[in-house]
Design a protein around this ligand. Structure first.
Ligand SMILES: Nc1nc2c(ncn2[C@@H]2O[C@H](COP(=O)(O)OP(=O)(O)OP(=O)(O)O)[C@@H](O)[C@H]2O)c(=O)[nH]1
Ligand SMILES: [Mg+2]
Length: 653
């Protein structure tokens, strides 16, 4: 029924598997034929493993009761022939719920007790501590047991106000929280803080992951969602309901959580069945829906094409009953097509880009290296042919010429080594600005600004300092990398002009993405600090949580920038160093050939034989790397440099 979505996902999985195979094949090739650092092997291994585990995270965001969970049920769990995830009037989903498939464990639902909010660990850190979670094994074959387990997602508990306040969930002065009140002294709070469901559904097996969220108040209470989970989702679906329209709080969620994310976001106008008035003609109903789509788009400031009208509930019913007519009317198919055609391909693009970035330049380097080796062998053959039937005198002249070339070349490489030293010195300086200790120091400074009091004002000061200092380090790193780039460009240019080595572009370092993430953190922090609701004394708990979330994210960005910069630094020098070494080896090889021939003119045939055998070996490597490059080009759309191995090599430098 949802073939659009299923075929989209299976294409995604197929592409991912092929990318994994290309990365693996290349790593094996390198291990077999090239001397590579263990670090690179590890990187490529991690890349392949990362791709295998790579998921497409689709987050459902909205005020409570807009039908998020119902839509998830309709999109993904109708085969269950029941409403699998609890969805009901009023507030139902009590904690953010991540649904995915991990083949390495049996199906489970894992629940993080709300009391873990007392701890300073982020949810992300807690995910790595299974003992902190209540785990229930899911018996996929037993519908009743499944339903019972899923009901946990809606569990609440009644606690004294003091406890709720200590957990940062209750504030006497916040009128928005009055729905929590149970009696004079007690309030109702969620029993769980976060849920993870490991469920073997074909779409999840293919790498889709879903994040269901509760409404605004619950969401605001976990800054980690605002700071990391939602911004990191690959696509956001923002739900509205026809009966409520765009309310003030819908609008607030849209602005705070959805609109500013550059990842794909769409508005879903749900519950259109409420407009299916039997006394109206289908055309009249269609017009009413269209009007509501238009006003929604206008209010949110997005094109009408980004608003989809659906009835999640009727879609679920239609799928369970196999009612094609109702399914069509529910509008859900348009949403499935959107997921298949736009959201999944956009994720695929990100995946492709990570492979292109990691493999592209290296793969070309490897290909060129083998081509050059082939050319060098051909050169040797030519040398030997030229020597056939010549006398000692001519052989000697030839040897002197190659010797002179070699000396000249050695001199130029000495020059290059000076540049190399300067670049690596500057590189180390650059990395020093991005290292863990430096980050610790910045965090320590921001802690000092907080002054141990953890008052809201102190925390705000600390956060702003943290962000300011980080931005400064970042700018410094960017400046320095620009200086290194200049130096490299000049060195590459010189090598090209003076020694005729073919043009090589130094690799580019692009830190804009991280700068963008940091800017997003700056905006979130500014917004957070500017919101009077957040900096009231009672919200201190939340400010602290926000601070911890901020530090975690900041660290992650720093680590990523460092890693990227390190790789770049290595890559900047590698290609030219490799070329120099090869060229030198080639000159030495020629020299050796000539010397041997000089010593024994009769050995020419034997030498030629050996070179032939060498060429056969190189050809095998060449064929393998070309097959890998071809598949890589096919999958990524990158055109590989064409290399003509039949061209004779340029004589010396
Ligand atoms: N008529 C109608 N009702 C719907 C539709 N979708 C959901 N509902 C109902 O709206 C109520 C809320 O749906 P949920 O799926 O629980 O909403 P939610 O957005 O997940 O809400 P929270 O979990 O509380 O954040 C439930 O009673 C659903 O049955 C729809 O398309 N039409
Ligand atoms: Mg829900």
């Amino acid at each position: 029924m949802n073939y659009g979505l299923e075929s989209g996902i299976s294409r995604f999985r197929n592409r991912r598997d092929r990318l994994v195979r290309v990365v693996t094949a290349y790593r094996e090739w390198l291990e077999r034929y090239a001397e590579i650092e263990p670090e690179l092997t590890l990187r490529l291994y991690d890349l392949a493993e990362g791709l295998k585990r790579d998921r497409l995270l689709l987050a459902f965001v909205a005020e409570f009761s807009r039908g998020k969970t119902e839509l998830i049920n309709a999109l993904f769990f109708s085969d269950f022939k029941q409403r699998l995830l609890p969805s009901d009037a009023g507030r139902t989903t009590m904690c953010p719920t991540e649904i995915f498939y991990d083949p390495e464990s049996e199906p489970y639902i894992r629940l993080l007790p709300i009391e873990t909010r007392f701890r300073d660990d982020s949810i992300n850190a807690l995910k790595r501590m299974p003992v902190e979670w209540n785990t229930i094994r899911l018996d996929v074959g037993d519908p009743n047991a499944m339903l019972g387990a899923m009901r946990k997602l809606a569990e609440t508990k009644v606690v004294f106000k003091v406890e709720a306040r200590a957990l940062g969930l209750w504030d006497e002065n916040d009128p928005n929280l009055s729905y929590m009140v149970k009696d004079q002294d007690r309030v109702e709070i969620p029993a769980w803080r976060y849920a993870m469901i490991n469920y073997p559904h074909p779409l999840l097996e293919a790498g889709l992951a879903i994040l269901d969220t509760p409404g605004l108040n619950a969401m605001g209470a976990e800054p980690e969602l605002t700071l990391s989970a939602i911004p990191n989702a690959h696509a956001l679906l923002f739900l509205l309901a026809t009966d409520t329209g765009v309310t003030q709080s819908d609008f607030e969620i849209w602005n705070k959580m959805v609109a500013k994310h550059t990842s794909q976001h769409y508005a879903v106008l749900n519950k259109i069945d409420m407009l299916w008035d039997d006394l109206k003609t289908p055309e009249e109903i269609a017009r009413t829906i269209q009007r509501q789509i238009e006003s929604t788009a206008a209010q949110l400031g997005i094109p009408t094409g980004s608003v989809l009208a659906v009835s999640a509930q009727k879609a679920l019913v239609a799928k369970i009953r196999g009612d094609q007519e109702l399914l069509k009317r529910s509008g859900i198919q348009a949403l499935e097509v959107l997921l298949a055609r736009e959201i999944i391909p956009s994720r695929e693009k990100i995946m492709r880009e990570s492979v292109i970035k990691e493999l592209g330049p290296r793969l070309n380097e490897s290909r060129e290296a083998v081509h050059r080796r082939m050319q060098a062998a051909r050169q040797s053959l030519q040398d030997l042919q030229a020597l056939t039937g010549k006398n000692q005198q001519i052989v000697l002249q030839m040897r002197d010429k190659v010797m002179a070339d070699k000396q000249k070349y050695e001199e130029t490489t000495r020059n290059f080594n000076v540049t190399r030293k300067v670049v690596s010195q500057q590189g180390w300086d650059l990395l020093a600005h991005l290292d863990e200790e430096r980050m610790d120091k910045i965090i320590e400074e921001s802690m000092m600004a907080i002054n141990d009091s953890w008052t809201t004002a102190g925390l705000t000061r600390g956060m702003q300092l943290l962000i300011r200092r980080m931005s400064a380090e970042f700018d410094h790193a960017l400046q320095q990398s620009a200086a290194i780039k200049q130096l490299l460009n000049a060195a590459y240019q010189r090598f090209r002009d003076e020694h005729g080595l073919e043009a090589v572009e130094p690799p580019v370092l692009d830190l804009n993405r991280y700068r963008g993430r940091l800017d997003e953190l700056v905006v979130s922090t500014q917004e957070f600090c500017a919101d009077p609701m957040n900096i009231m004394l009672e919200k201190r708990f939340m400010v602290k949580k926000f601070y911890i979330g901020l530090v975690t994210q900041a660290r992650i960005i720093f680590q990523q920038v460092r890693m990227e910069t390190e790789t770049w630094l290595r890559l900047t020098l590698d290609p030219i160093v490799a070329r120099i070494q090869e060229h030198k080896a080639q000159l030495e090889h020629r020299l050796e050939n000539i010397s041997k021939v000089h010593a024994n003119l009769g050995a020419i045939q034997e030498r030629m034989q050996a070179v032939h055998q060498e060429m056969v070996r190189i050809k095998a490597q060449l064929d393998q790397i070309e097959a890998i490059a071809k598949e890589f080009a096919l999958l990524t759309g990158v055109t590989m440099r064409s290399l003509d191995s039949d061209q004779p090599v340029q004589a010396a430098v």
